[in-house]
Design a binder for this molecule. Structure first.
Ligand SMILES: Nc1ncnc2c1ncn2[C@@H]1O[C@H](COP(=O)(O)OP(=O)(O)OP(=O)(O)O)[C@@H](O)[C@H]1O
Length: 268
């Protein structure tokens, strides 16, 4: 009798924390003669932050662009919620609840902050006119959730500091991500306190909204702080994976430093 009661409780618990959201299977991508991805495999589950660590040029952004529909893989597959998906454009990924903070495509300078936050998600009335008041109000909420000091939401993005532009891009992705949040170096250009806020947002949204989050960073300490699990990428491949509880920043630093030294030695 006890077993009959316990089994559904246990299975339900497992599903809630660890259900697979995204599986990347043997993904390859080249730019002309440069092979950026060489058979990448990874898994992201609901409710977890996965850090993607790697040196410059390892292929992290290429992978994020593929998962967010900006690039198509040459080979391999994405499985989302158990089904193979092929994104023809970022809109296909957005339609499934996937949002991204890009490393380089942060904001449109000529648009005010609130329009940047609602980019591609504009709120309109039946005649197609923009509902600016609603967008301004909601943009404020999205920014308040991050907690980075910002000028009024009708300020043009060109007047923002680098960190405030980054905060705008983070607010946009966090506000609209329903299932998977991709953050490609979201703390670039931010100070220590602001970086911590962005890391906390990634963790909070994963836990409270049950989102899967991929947090890309070249910084071992940020990866360790943000993530439940860490993938390390090298020359277009994931070369190891560690759960936070089985590693430490010191161990990660040692492994990665040794790998980089060995790799540079081989190239000589
Ligand atoms: N548009 C492109 N055209 C040609 N080569 C590219 C292009 N984008 C990336 N690459 C190359 O593909 C490889 C992987 O680049 P990618 O930007 O994915 O790496 P990354 O890990 O994100 O690096 P970083 O941390 O410096 O942003 C690199 O060798 C890079 O030079």
């Amino acid at each position: 009798m006890l077993i009959k009661i316990l089994i559904p409780i246990i299975t339900q618990g497992v599903n809630m924390v660890g259900e697979e959201l995204l599986r990347v299977v043997d993904v390859w991508k080249s730019y002309g003669t440069v092979v950026a991805l060489r058979g990448v495999n990874m898994v992201v589950r609901r409710g977890e932050v996965v850090a993607l660590l790697g040196d410059n040029g390892a292929g992290k952004s290429t992978l994020i662009k593929i998962i967010s529909g900006y690039l198509r893989p040459d080979r391999g597959q994405l499985i989302f919620e158990g089904k193979p998906v092929r994104f023809k454009s970022p809109l296909d990924a957005k339609a499934l609840g996937i949002e991204v903070v890009h490393q380089d495509l942060a904001v449109i300078l000529d648009l005010p902050v609130y329009r940047n936050i609602f980019l591609t998600h504009e709120v309109t009335n039946k005649l197609g006119f923009l509902k600016d008041d609603i967008m301004k109000e909601e943009a404020k909420k999205a920014l308040d959730a991050i907690g980075i000091t910002m000028p009024p939401v009708d300020t043009k993005a060109e007047a923002l500091s680098g960190g405030q532009r980054q905060a705008t891009a983070v607010a946009r992705a966090t506000y609209f991500a329903k299932k998977l949040l991709l953050m490609d170096e979201p703390t670039a250009g931010l100070g220590v306190v602001e970086s911590k806020k962005v890391i906390n947002i990634a963790k909070k949204y994963a836990k409270e909204l049950n989102l899967g989050v991929i947090f890309v960073t070249p910084n071992i300490f940020q990866a360790y702080e943000a993530a439940d699990r860490i993938y390390y990428m090298e020359q277009g491949k994931i070369v190891f994976e560690k759960y936070k509880e089985e590693t430490s920043p010191k161990e990660l630093t040692d492994i990665i430093t040794n790998r980089i030294i060995e790799l540079r030695g081989r190239k000589r």
